[in-house]
Design a protein around this ligand. Structure first.
Ligand code: CA
Length: 231
């Protein structure tokens, strides 16, 4: 009798262990599977977005090319530019490991186009001042609550350019905006937007792969490191 009781208690313990084992194995499977899912949602292209004639920081021939498709009117792009980009710059651009390029997206209408035209003009006339102009435009974007307000105007862009582009030719800059001098460059960017299936901004490419969540810095680092190890 006592033997039976002890056998039954051993059986119960065994059952608990087996059950726990199955639960642990199943959770591990679910976690692994969801990680797989996450990677499957990343879109990859055979070739990275071409960066010729695009504003580029670092060595354009670096092993890893990081490209941002961004829109000066987009609040998430401001957040990315102010929170993620400085870390990327410190960890990889300043270390000479990657190139970083910016391509214009026009998802917010005329204001997006105007800011894009202004950035192309600065890039053409004063390439060394492009990144300070770029940073200042995002800095001027109103906070999230008011982001639909009209704020990209020729006057505002002239004001930003005056303080971020030391050798600015104000008249030429104003003319470039009024005459849409660099419309072709902006349109070339839109061809890339279509070609690389950009639906959200910012979209961040590490070589040919579009990272699913541009704010997932860990994943960005992982993809960059994969790229650096690939040769
Ligand atoms: Ca461009």
């Amino acid at each position: 009798m006592s033997n039976n009781r002890s056998t039954s208690s051993v059986n119960t313990k065994l059952l608990i262990f087996i059950t726990l084992g199955i639960i642990i194995a199943l959770s591990a499977f679910v976690i692994l599977n969801s990680q797989e899912e996450e990677k499957k949602n990343e879109i990859s292209f055979d070739t990275p977005p071409p960066i010729e004639n695009q504003p580029t920081l670092g060595d354009p021939n670096a092993l890893v090319s990081v490209v941002e498709f961004g829109d000066y009117k987009c609040p998430a792009c401001k957040a990315w530019s102010e929170n993620v980009f400085p870390q990327l710059q410190k960890d990889f651009i300043d270390q000479g490991k990657i190139s970083f390029s910016y391509i214009n997206v026009l998802f917010h209408g005329e204001e997006s186009t105007l800011a894009a035209l202004a950035s192309e003009s600065v890039w053409k006339h004063s390439p060394e001042s492009f990144w300070s102009f770029h940073k200042e435009v995002f800095h001027e974007q109103p906070d999230h609550i008011n982001h639909d307000d009209l704020w990209v105007t020729p006057e505002k862009l002239v004001e930003i350019a005056q303080r971020s582009v030391p050798d600015l030719d104000i008249q030429a800059f104003k003319d470039d905006l009024a005459k849409q001098t660099f419309l072709q460059e902006v349109q070339l960017d839109q061809k890339l937007v279509d070609e690389y299936q950009i639906e959200l901004t910012p979209s961040i490419f590490i070589n040919g792969t579009m990272v699913e969540n541009p704010f997932d810095y860990e994943r960005i680092v992982e993809l960059i490191e994969q790229g650096l190890e690939s040769k």
